[in-house]
Design a protein around this ligand. Structure first.
Ligand code: HAM
Length: 428
């Protein structure tokens, strides 16, 4: 039988894995440079973790199952509920702010499409335990540090940013009942995927005629931040607080040197149910892909999982959409597998000695290989070059080290070989 890779899943051959590791390194480096600490959670959780607050869209996309004890589990479709559960469990012991990142593998039963798979890795960066606008701005600045590190500029990507409280205030001003705001957000989240007539029909069905759907469409497509602030202020104190909170985050983005990436977008409200503050998505300017990243502030997840109320803000970035975008923009590197040393026997009689030298190099932390076949030096040198070895170490009556880039060759006493390579190895 010929069995294929399941739909929406990937095989990672070594060249794919090199690229994947390059991305993981870039994610890790950006997180660490801002002081975030790495954590992980389980690959599946009790299904109820996601039923609690993620929203219908995610719950509809779960891969779930029952164990032999008839308990319901789901493969994690996102990390935020796990993070909230973990923080809730140790809430009193954790120094604040809690700045954590993770790169979990997760699954969603989505229809596979470009940049959206059924199994993917998602970089998560979150700060919990601070209501300060600095926390919102710093997670976005971490995102931009990654963006810049992989060679993208504000011409390539932008952070489309909005505030749910601002939109709530506007909707309140329009006469949308407070218990209907969640339904309004769910529809606004789909606004850019729907034709105008479809949006209008769904709006009217979900929210009645309290607000003209056309007025909402107009707001989502053309309103500036000033327009939105003015509309929110009509809702009184809540509108004022929302506008001030949003302004504070935007000002901090300036202080952290990333304001050029931010673009106010009233149509961005995000699909997940738990967001309560600033919301944002990273989009590639010239590529019609869905979001490269999405996030926002959530004020009340930890108390759902038995902890005190601790607010948080963060984002998730999928590997698939980012790799697609980088590929299309011509910024994808081709990381190569390299070796420090390829150890060669000058003739078969020296092979055992060569194995000994290879062992010493490995023990001193260098990467080293040798040929499985006894063959002429020329063929072994060819192998060294195919393996992208930095040095060929030729073991004969004496030991010669050949720099594979310059071609320069010198004799080195056996005991000095590891130290000599360590000294010259660019990787160290
Ligand atoms: P989300 O909008 O569901 O948010 O996903 C965030 C990002 O994950 C997306 O923008 C995309 O890059 C990636 N992603 C989502 N689904 C897929 C898929 N099927 N294939 C590949 N990539 C995908 C969340 O998950 C929130 N928990 C993020 C968050 C963290 N908010 C606060 N902290």
């Amino acid at each position: 039988v010929k069995i294929q890779t399941p739909p929406g899943m990937r095989d990672y051959y070594p060249e794919d894995m090199r690229l994947q590791n390059w991305l993981f390194d870039a994610w890790r480096a950006a997180s660490r440079s801002f002081g975030f600490q790495e954590y992980e959670g389980p690959i599946f959780e009790f299904l109820d973790l996601y039923r609690a607050k993620s929203g219908d869209e995610i719950v509809a996309q779960l891969f779930n199952f029952r164990d032999r004890g008839d308990r319901e589990f789901a493969i994690r479709p996102e990390m935020t509920p796990t993070l909230a559960r973990m923080v809730a469990a140790r809430a009193n012991a954790l120094p604040r702010p809690i700045k954590w990142f993770s790169m979990p593998r997760m699954c969603r039963a989505e229809k596979p499409q470009r940049g959206r798979l059924r199994e993917f890795f998602q970089w998560n960066v979150d700060t919990l335990g601070s209501d300060d606008a600095l926390a919102d701005a710093e997670v976005i600045a971490t995102l931009i540090a990654f963006v810049r590190n992989v060679g993208l500029t504000s011409a390539d990507v932008s952070v489309r940013i909005n505030s749910r409280p601002l939109m709530s205030a506007i909707f309140a001003g329009f006469g949308v009942a407070s218990d209907a705001v969640a339904a309004a957000f769910a529809l606004v989240d789909r606004f850019e995927k729907l034709a105008a007539a479809e949006f209008d029909a769904q709006w009217n069905a979900a929210l009645g005629a309290s607000v003209q759907a056309a007025t909402v469409r107009d707001l989502l497509t053309t309103a500036s931040r000033e327009d939105c602030t003015a509309l929110a202020l009509k809702a009184g104190a809540a509108g004022q607080a929302a506008a001030d909170g949003f302004d504070a985050v935007l000002a901090r983005l300036g202080d952290l040197g990333v304001a050029e990436f931010a673009r106010f977008s009233p149509a961005i409200v995000r699909g997940l149910a738990y967001y309560t503050g600033v919301v944002f998505e990273l989009h590639a300017t010239a590529i019609p892909l869905r979001a490269l990243c999405g996030g926002g502030r959530y004020d009340d997840l930890t108390s759902l999982f038995g902890g005190p109320k601790i607010s948080g803000v963060g984002f998730g970035m999928g590997d698939a959409p980012v790799l697609e975008a980088l590929k299309e923009l011509g910024r994808l590197p081709t990381p190569m597998d390299t070796l420090d040393a390829f150890v060669i026997d000058a003739d078969a009689a020296c092979f055992q000695a060569a194995l000994g030298v290879c062992g010493e190099l490995r023990a001193s932390g260098l990467t080293a290989e040798f040929s499985y076949k006894r063959q002429p030096i020329g063929k072994q040198l060819k192998q060294a070059s195919d393996r992208r070895a930095r040095y060929a170490v030729i073991v004969g009556a004496e030991i010669a080290v050949k720099d594979m880039t310059s071609g320069e060759q010198r004799t080195i006493a056996r005991a000095d070989v590891p130290a000599a390579l360590l000294r010259h190895s660019s990787a160290r």
